[in-house]
Design a protein around this ligand. Structure first.
Ligand SMILES: [Zn+2]
Length: 104
């Protein structure tokens, strides 16, 4: 039986008792099709990227593909899912204690 653990808090997830959430992320270099369209010189570059994407499975050098396209997958427990949804990008949030007026 495959055992899963939460990728955030590292606790083991019991398939019988714990809900497991899967987070999938795709990160890839974005191109504005309209901007590329007018400049023929850049078309080769776009084609190049597409070739990399198509050949990703065959590519031996993962570094080239990783700059252009990455797919990430995480397993989360219910608690960490909530945390993740509140702050998916891991931004620095202002401390809760800063909220409210000073009494001085
Ligand atoms: Zn967790």
């Amino acid at each position: 039986m495959i055992r899963y653990s939460c990728d955030l808090c590292k606790r083991d997830l019991d398939p019988e008792d714990d809900l497991r959430y899967v987070v999938k992320m795709e990160i890839y270099a974005a191109f504005d099709p309209a901007a590329v369209h007018d400049e023929d010189d850049d078309c080769d570059h776009l084609q190049e990227i597409q070739d990399i994407l198509e050949n990703l499975d065959d590519a031996e050098d993962d570094q080239i593909g990783a700059d252009v396209y990455q797919r990430l997958r995480f397993d989360l427990c219910p608690e960490c899912r909530k945390k993740f949804l509140k702050n998916p990008l891991g931004r620095q949030l202002s401390a809760p204690k800063a909220v409210g007026f000073s009494k001085n």
